[in-house]
Design a binder for this molecule. Structure first.
Ligand code: HXC
Length: 279
């Protein structure tokens, strides 16, 4: 759906780019002409991803292991990225999450999720931003959040807290840095099945089926659909979009929100007929 050179000349860093949604976005960016840098905690996973993404697309992928919870590791990574050339985009994709009854969460469990999602995204964004501002470079940050960043959600409380924080980071810096050429946007995906997320969040087949059943489109999202949106938001051609969060969830969160949404399944054709004005 895009020109093949939509992202040509851009070098883009994707956190958690070796697996899941980050890898799918990276694949599309490469096919649109971008050069990629991916980071994650596990070097062998990154090496395999870089190799196969290059093979699939013919693009260029660099990789380096980094635990984004550690500010010093983020600084090392960014120093290395900048040594090897300019950067034009950052995708804050890396996340940590699991379902749990909140009263069972230990402080370390809370810290694990907040560390990856909130602190990691902040270290990355601030680290890239200060370098871009110093060199006067126009650049774009895209953060992957969720719809429960604004609704909250039971059973994933640290994730909801952290994603809400990343949304606040996005909107705040969009204003503070927009005039200096850096725009920040977010994507709020609904269910896009990945191995990492599904083993922690959807541990029973019945839950996966329920995710599909409650969605107005009766299906999960396709990675290509998300990658298309991520490309659209990263492109210079949409450069006036700043501080925005775009939802891509098939209408899932609105389905849960509208007061009368639930009644469709409880009203028979005869029930509806009875309610129509008598002629
Ligand atoms: C309760 C848990 C737990 C669980 C871990 N902990 N899993 N507590 N229930 N299921 C606790 C541990 O007991 C420990 O606390 C603390 O969390 C840290 O756990 P570790 O395993 O030592 O940490 P670590 O190896 O760093 O793993 C981090 C992680 C893990 C976040 C816990 O899940 C992870 O690596 N996730 C990365 C991939 C991922 O989550 N992808 C999904 C993202 S999806 P104690 O006190 O015992 O030491 C997403 C949006 C989804 O974010 C939207 C869906 C629709």
């Amino acid at each position: 759906m895009f020109r093949n050179d939509l992202l040509a000349g851009k070098r883009i860093l994707i956190t958690g780019g070796g697996t899941g949604i980050g890898r799918s976005i990276g694949r599309r960016y490469l096919s649109l002409g971008a050069e990629l840098v991916i980071c994650g905690r596990r070097e062998p996973v990154l090496a395999e991803a870089a190799e196969s993404l290059q093979h699939e697309t013919g693009g260029k992928v660099a990789f380096k292991a980094c635990d984004i919870r550690e500010a010093a590791q983020v600084e090392d990574l960014l120093g290395w990225v900048w040594q090897n050339g300019p950067l034009h985009g950052l995708v804050n994709n890396a996340a940590g999450n699991f379902i749990a009854q909140s009263e069972t969460l230990s402080p370390r469990a809370v810290d694990a999720v907040l560390g990856i999602v909130l602190h990691g995204s902040a270290y990355m964004t601030l680290g890239c931003g200060k370098r871009w501002l110093a060199e006067g470079r126009h650049a774009s940050v895209l953060s992957i959040i969720t719809t429960y960043a604004w609704t909250g959600s039971a059973y994933v409380v640290p994730s909801a807290m952290a994603k809400a924080g990343v949304l606040a980071l996005t909107r705040s810096l969009a204003v503070e840095w927009g005039g200096r050429g850096i725009r920040l946007n977010a994507i709020a995906p609904g269910p896009f099945p990945t191995e990492g997320a599904w083993e922690r969040l959807v541990p029973k087949p019945e839950l996966a089926a329920a995710f599909e059943a409650k969605n107005p489109l009766h299906r999960a999202g396709h990675h290509d659909e998300l990658a298309n949106l991520a490309s659209f938001l990263m492109a210079d051609e949409t450069g006036y979009i700043n501080g925005e969060v775009v939802t891509i969830d098939g209408g899932e969160w609105l389905q849960g929100a509208g007061q009368f949404n639930f009644i469709g399944g409880m009203m028979s054709p005869a029930d509806w007929q009875k309610l129509r004005p008598k002629k």
